[in-house]
Design a protein around this ligand. Structure first.
Ligand SMILES: N[C@@H](CCC(=O)N[C@@H](CS)C(=O)NCC(=O)O)C(=O)O
Length: 236
């Protein structure tokens, strides 16, 4: 682990269960083989309101504290980690693939608002029954096309651009959404979701999310399935 005492990074996150932008930033740090100190501020609580301004100029998470600097916004954190830690290699060497990856990351960062609003990331949820509007369906089809294009152009059957990249981090919460809700997905899409679900870093994040007791009502979309109720019973 690269954990130089003076510049041990600290990441301020929201609840692991729901904070998709926090997950993206944390994955970039983990894949750069960094083990950041993590401070979780529970969202939608008086504690979050009282403490967030001490860390974040935007009052949002994630925020990275590194070398006495404060970097807010998941994409800026990802790029900073890639730049500061040369071994991280969070973008491919091939410039065409790098350009594709950057376009994908930017599209995720600024788009897919229908999917993000209707189907929140929920690490604990499994295959919930939901109504899928036309605009959500359009977002899903666009994401499937992007994943398919990236893996085809990089000849990859696992990560989007061959090796792990920032593009994968940006889409990890979508993979979790695709597990959380019962959706009509292609086999290729499911294979990428399964690839993510086998990842040890993501498994670590999910395990910690499952231990959280905070529940945000409006983020709980669809009825909990029998599998979730069973999982909850087993973890108590
Ligand atoms: N564009 C920002 C989005 C950050 C964001 O919306 N974070 C959410 C949690 S995932 C948040 O801080 N919500 C708390 C609030 O708005 O009070 C990024 O990429 O980091």
């Amino acid at each position: 682990m690269a954990s130089a005492a003076q510049n041990l990074p600290m990441l301020v996150c929201g609840n692991r269960n729901y904070s998709s932008w926090s997950l993206r930033a944390w994955l970039c740090l983990r894949k750069a083989v960094l083990d950041p100190e993590v401070l979780v501020l529970p969202m939608d609580t008086p504690e979050f309101e009282a403490r967030i301004a001490d860390y974040s100029p935007t009052r949002r998470v994630p925020v990275l504290r590194i070398d006495k600097e404060c970097i807010w916004d998941s994409l800026a954190i990802a790029e900073t980690v890639n730049e500061r830690f040369a071994h991280a290699r969070l973008w491919p060497e091939d410039s065409q693939l790098r350009a594709l990856g950057r376009a994908m990351a930017a599209e995720m960062h600024s788009g897919f608002s229908s999917l993000r609003e209707a189907l929140p990331m929920n690490c604990r949820a499994r295959q919930r029954d939901v109504e899928v509007s036309q605009s959500v369906s359009n977002d899903i089809r666009r994401i499937e096309a992007l994943w398919e294009q990236a893996r085809r152009e990089s000849n990859s059957t696992d990560w989007l651009l061959g090796d792990f990249s920032i593009a994968d981090a940006m889409f990890a919460p979508v993979a979790l959404r695709f597990r959380a809700y019962d959706l009509d997905l292609s086999d290729a899409t499911r294979s990428y979701v399964d690839h993510w679900l086998r990842d040890e870093d993501l498994q670590q994040w999910i395990a910690l999310a499952e231990q959280e007791s905070w529940v945000i009502g409006h983020e709980e979309v669809g009825e909990p399935t029998l599998e979730e109720q069973k999982n909850k019973g087993e973890s108590q």
